[in-house]
Design a protein around this ligand. Structure first.
Ligand SMILES: [Zn+2]
Length: 156
């Protein structure tokens, strides 16, 4: 409105261009905001935000073998496929490979382990270990069940 007053009568076309640019700028800034995030329960927040660890053998998915995709509890990004899940008898869901690009690794503050998080939203997932010889890929992503949701494959 103010812009219209400034450019006056002769500026009709200009005004139109300005508002178009403005709309594009608003769309751009909205698309840069983080993806919608699910509301977390206090237990979920303890693990996902404060990097806690759920008790072993208590999670939903440590002894769960259905075919499907594991997704981030907070943002819904796809993290792991059931084909990469294996029994490590450690009490947490274990995977030997993530969906490409889905998981970020960083040194854990304990100076020893490698922390893994959702590459999309930074949710804490658990830790990754190598050299344990569980599978051919020789990697174990030890993931808290509470950090994930499971989407079963559609039955053909
Ligand atoms: Zn996420």
């Amino acid at each position: 409105m103010q812009l219209y007053l400034l450019v006056g009568k002769a500026g009709h076309r200009k005004h139109f261009l300005y508002s178009k640019t403005l709309v594009i700028m608003v769309i751009m800034s909205t698309s840069q905001k983080p993806t919608t995030q699910n509301k977390l329960s206090p237990e979920e927040e303890h693990v996902i935000v404060n990097k806690g660890t759920e008790m072993p053998f208590t999670g939903k998915y440590f002894a769960f073998w259905e075919k499907g995709t594991y997704v981030c509890k907070r943002c819904g990004a796809k993290l792991y496929r059931s084909e990469n899940k294996f029994e490590a008898n450690c009490g947490w869901p274990s995977f030997d490979e993530e969906i490409p690009g889905a998981v970020k690794r960083r040194p854990d503050p304990d100076g020893v382990r490698t922390e893994i998080e959702c590459a999309n939203c930074g949710a804490h997932l658990g830790h990754a270990f190598v050299g344990e010889h569980f599978t051919e890929k020789d990697t174990r992503h030890c993931v808290n069940s509470i950090s994930m949701d499971f989407i079963p494959d559609k039955k053909e």
